[in-house]
Design a protein around this ligand. Structure first.
Ligand SMILES: [Zn+2]
Length: 398
């Protein structure tokens, strides 16, 4: 669908026949607006997924940074534990020295079996008791200190191991979070792309809507029908030269002499029968009448000027060059001037070669069909197209 819309817009830019627009899924403005609403909903969903995923990425990043901080803190703790162990080892050494000094004081040998030797060298029973007691105290003191240091060392060693294990665990967690961020990143890019696609669909659809609105298409009017009429921005004169011989409105009828007879258009004379008559704007031939006793051969062309529907009418034609449904531009020759001798066999309402030119609102024969409605919708052509005053010739269609 997106591609089709883009192709359609491309063709629009090239100015190629707009019938290619029918390739959109929508048949009318109402459906096109529904498509637009669907694209907008799609965009909103993608945007919301986008921010949700971004939030997940942010919290994963936070978790990684917390884990990294913990690893850093643990490294400091490990260093501290190592230092503590070193200090404790020094303390053990110091204690051992103190013990040795104490032993010397009590004349205890520095050998392994020092206490025993010391005890058995007692000179009397009472000396033995004193020596046993002293040895026991020193041994207890020694053991107590060393044990407490060793406990502290092993605590610190355990802490080092625990922290190292925790680091492994945290690194694993970081790895997992990083791979989660990777896949969230992929998700995020796909949501971003989805949102961008939806936005481009929204833009294209909006452009199409504007295009059809400017063509004057109704909400439920089929595009195929609507686009047959190529839009335009204004009208130009239907003849290359000429002069106004009779104005639109109430007048004295040149044949019956009847006062205040309504005249439905502007009469343009000054051209021989057979002179080219052009469409006054881009449009589509909507209605043709052949050899009417009053009006002769007639062509009616449907226009959409700046989004508003109009019909132009051309009467007393000698020949008609177009058929109903033909698309015309403001350069198309739709017929030739008649109303003189060459059409006098059937035409009763023309006194000489001239074009009876009409402009009315709406599409006469499509928007409405009654002649009375056409008459009430008629505009004075000189209020729509700039003509010189009655009797003065113009030599350009612009
Ligand atoms: Zn007329």
């Amino acid at each position: 669908m997106r591609k089709i819309v883009k192709i359609a817009l491309f063709i629009l830019l090239l100015g190629l026949p707009v019938t290619t627009y029918a390739s959109t899924n929508a048949n009318n403005l109402k459906e096109l607006r529904q498509e637009l609403a669907a694209y907008k909903a799609k965009k909103a969903a993608a945007d919301s997924s986008k921010s949700k995923t971004q939030g997940e990425i942010n919290s994963s990043k936070n978790a990684i940074s917390n884990a990294q901080n913990e690893i850093e803190t643990n490294k400091i703790k490990i260093e501290q534990a190592k230092k503590d162990i070193q200090a404790l080892n020094i303390e053990i050494e110091t204690t051992q020295k103190k013990i040795n000094e104490l032993m010397k004081t009590y004349e205890i040998s520095s050998k392994d079996n020092a206490y025993m030797e010391y005890i058995f060298n007692a000179k009397s029973i009472s000396d033995l008791i004193v020596r046993m007691h002293a040895s026991q105290k020193i041994a207890e003191y020694n053991d107590g200190l060393v044990t407490s240091y060793e406990e502290k060392i092993s605590e610190n060693e355990k802490l080092q191991v625990d922290l190292a294990n925790r680091e492994v665990e945290l690194n694993k967690k970081i790895d997992n979070l990083e791979s989660a961020i990777d896949s969230l990143g992929n998700k995020l890019s796909s949501f971003i792309e989805e949102a961008l696609d939806a936005q481009s669909d929204i833009d294209s659809t909006q452009k199409l809507i504007n295009y059809y609105v400017n063509l004057g298409c109704g909400e439920t009017e089929n595009f195929n029908e609507c686009v047959k009429v190529k839009g335009d921005t204004g009208f130009i004169k239907p003849l290359n030269k000429g002069t106004i011989t009779s104005h639109f409105g109430y007048r004295t009828h040149p044949i019956t002499g009847q006062k205040y007879k309504f005249h439905s258009g502007t009469d343009i004379g000054g051209n021989a029968e057979g002179t080219n008559v052009y469409a006054a704007a881009n449009g589509m031939v909507g209605k043709i009448i052949n050899r009417a006793s009053c009006g002769g051969n007639q062509v009616y062309i449907y226009h959409t000027i700046n989004g508003v529907k109009y019909t132009t009418g051309y009467m007393h034609l000698l020949s008609i060059n177009v058929k109903v449904g033909d698309t015309v531009t403001n350069q198309s020759v739709i017929g030739t001037v008649g109303g003189g001798k060459k059409t006098s066999s059937y035409e009763r309402c023309s006194t000489g070669p001239h074009l009876h030119f009409m402009i009315g609102k709406g599409w006469y024969g499509s928007t409405y069909v009654s002649y009375n409605t056409w008459v009430t919708n008629l505009l004075n052509p000189i209020n729509v197209i700039k003509f010189p005053a009655k009797g003065i010739f113009f030599y350009s269609r612009y």
